[in-house]
Structures are given as structure tokens and as C-alpha cells.
Design a protein around this ligand. Sequence first.
Ligand code: UD1
Ligand code: UDP
Length: 359
Amino acid sequence: MSNLRKRKRILTIVGARPQFVKAAAVTRCLRLHADETLVHTGQHYDNNMSDVFFDELGIPFPNYNLDIGSGLHGAQTGAMLKALEEILLKETPDCVLVYGDTNSTLAGALAATKLHFPVAHVEAGLRSFNRWMPEEINRVLTDHIADTLFCPSETAITNLNNEGIFNGVHFIGDVMFEALMDARIKAEQYSTILSQLHLETGKFILATVHRAENTDDPDKIKRLIKSLAILSRQTPVVFPIHPRTKKQLMREGSVDEAVNLHILDPVGYLDMVHLEESASAILTDSGGIQKEAFWLKVPCVTLREETEWVETVQQGWNTLAGTDIDKIVQHALQPSKPNHHLDVYKGEGSVRRLIEILC
Ligand code: UD1
Ligand code: UDP
């Protein structure tokens, strides 16, 4: 970070919704200390899955958009690898920065390491220990080829150590926290989603579902939708729906039993944060939303059998309900709200710590 040192040239790769949120927190500060080239793989491309985050969070326009779009894992990751290789050879960065666990993360890390560009991974060390999840494969592979591993929790460091990874491992805390705190203030000012939907603070449930393990299993998606329909007979349920889930719902789901179920297109980050903060409980299979619920002290019911964010469960703010209808309904209507809240993810200062190490 010293002014005497030459500014580093960092090439950042993003592609999916959660990466825009994480990069938003880092980019602004990073550009004060380094020269950043931003590459968008185009994995997410709908306006409400991509552009809205750049606009609302003030993320700089990407220097490259690869427009890769959707596809099978091999085709999508392969197309990204090919396009990224050309850009890396042209840009010759000092370091390649990747976030999270998507196909864009793995493609970025793999393309860079094959060309001997150092790789830094934000959100390293997370594990579900479920190799059926494409994200788990992406995380494990990325961590094993990364040179610098930025961990958001002590558990993440232990996970890496257990896999023999010790060098370049840093506990910096979770960078999503700073994005959330910024957005929370803006959301208070600008979001009108509650009045648009005629909702009152503390009197509705927010739900999201997008994990392949849920959407692509007809029984699971049916049980999840049935749970939301049952709940909607007692309290309004707001369900901003990921395009993957929308497709599956059209094939498998029936919302006939629902009464007060607001099915929306994906919402922008400010509306999302406002909904999260105002909900009585959040039902989700999202990684990012489990943490946001924890930070906002809103009880969370996770629609999965396991989580990478084990601390949220240990502290009693999060309950794993899988796709068990009775469990989901019970925990959503009588959510656990402990009176303690330990700041395990040390979000505040995480961006500064990242930049001190990277630059
Ligand atoms: C991806 C990540 C997942 C992450 C999620 C965040 C992988 C393997 N998965 O899952 O880890 O939690 O992003 O949201 O990288 N689609 C659209 N418009 C878009 C984007 C996607 O319609 O802008 C539809 C397409 O039909 C596509 C499907 O959604 O086939 C899935 O998109 P994809 O990017 O492959 O995976 P996600 O489920 O979004
Ligand atoms: N999000 C959003 N609008 C939505 C759904 C999610 O802004 O309609 C935000 C959410 O608040 C979080 C991020 O997107 O910051 C998480 O993305 P997602 O759940 O798609 O991915 P995951 O975190 O599971 O990888």
C-alpha cells in the first residue's frame, strides 16, 4: 500500500449476481491503491441479474464483457476459459482476483494459473462437504490453485488447513458486510418495495430458491413451493424468483393453494436489502442471503441439508430445514431469535485488510 511501491495491476473476474455484490464492496477502495481491469464473463446477463447491480452499487463499467451466457457446465466454463486466456495474455496482470464459487470463479482461476498469473480468491475455504454441488467443486479446485486465499471465517481457515493448504491463507473477514451496510442506508432512502406490495415491516416472510439441488429435483421444488403456499395462507410471502427457478416452476410447480404469495422477478439489491431487513423470517437456499439475514438479525430458515456458514446455525440465527415441509413451516412461523449475536465474520475492515495484503 506504500506510495513508493509501484501500483499493482489487478484483473478482477466477475460473472454472477453474488459476485457483483462482493466486487462492489472491494472495487471502490481497490482503485485507490491499484489499477483494476474488470472482466464480466456474462454468466448472468438479464438486466435484473446483472446491470441493476452495476447501476445501484456504482460498480465501474467492465473493461471486457465476454457475453458467455448460459450453458452446460463444461460448455460454459470452457467458453470462459478460452476467452479469458486471450484477455490475460493481452493484459498481463500482476494478479487475478476471483470471488466465490461459480463457474466464472473456476474459469478465472484456472485460466490465470495455467498462464502463471498469481490468483487471489475471495471467500476461500468455504465447504459444504457435498460434492454434488457444482459450487463445492468450484471452491475446492479454486482454493487448490490460488496463491492468496482470503477467508471470511476461522472455519474456512481450518477447512483449508485440513486439505493441506497453509501458504497464502489470510483471515480478512467477509467483504459482503460492507456492501450490505452501504446498501442498507441507500435502501432506507430509495426503496419503495414495501409500499408497492402493501407490506408492513415484520409482517411477511421473504423466500428465495435457486440452488440446482433444489430446482432440478422435481420432488424438492414441489415441496418447497407447497411450503410457501401453506405459509402464504397465514402471512404474506414475498418470493423474488431466480430465472432458473422460474423455468422449473413452469414445468413442475403449482401455486394453486397459495393465497398471499407475491411471486416477483429478481429484485435489485436495494429492494432486496429492504425486504430482508423488514421480513419476520427469511427462507433461502442462497449463501449470500444466509449471511445477510445473520447480519441484519433476521431469523433464517435454510432450505438445504447443510451450510457453509455453520456459525449462523451454531449461534441459533439459522435453522437447516432442507425441503421438509413441516420443519419449514414451523420454523418460518416460530423463528428462533437468540439474544446473542457474535460478530464471527468480522465484516468491518475486511476490504481494508484485503487491500493491504493484495496491494
Ligand atoms: C450460479 C452459480 C451459483 C450461484 C448463482 C447465483 C454456478 C455453477 N452456479 O447459479 O453458485 O449461487 O449463480 O445466482 O456457477 N438465467 C437467465 N438469465 C440470467 C442468468 C441465468 O435466464 O441472467 C437462467 C438460464 O436459464 C440458465 C439458468 O438461469 O441456464 C442458470 O444460470 P447459471 O448461471 O448457469 O447458474 P445459476 O443457477 O444462476
Ligand atoms: N439478491 C438480490 N435480488 C434478488 C435475490 C438476491 O439482490 O432477487 C442478492 C442477495 O441479497 C445477495 C446476492 O444477491 O446479496 C445473493 O445471490 P444469490 O442468492 O443468487 O447467490 P449465492 O449467494 O447463493 O451464491
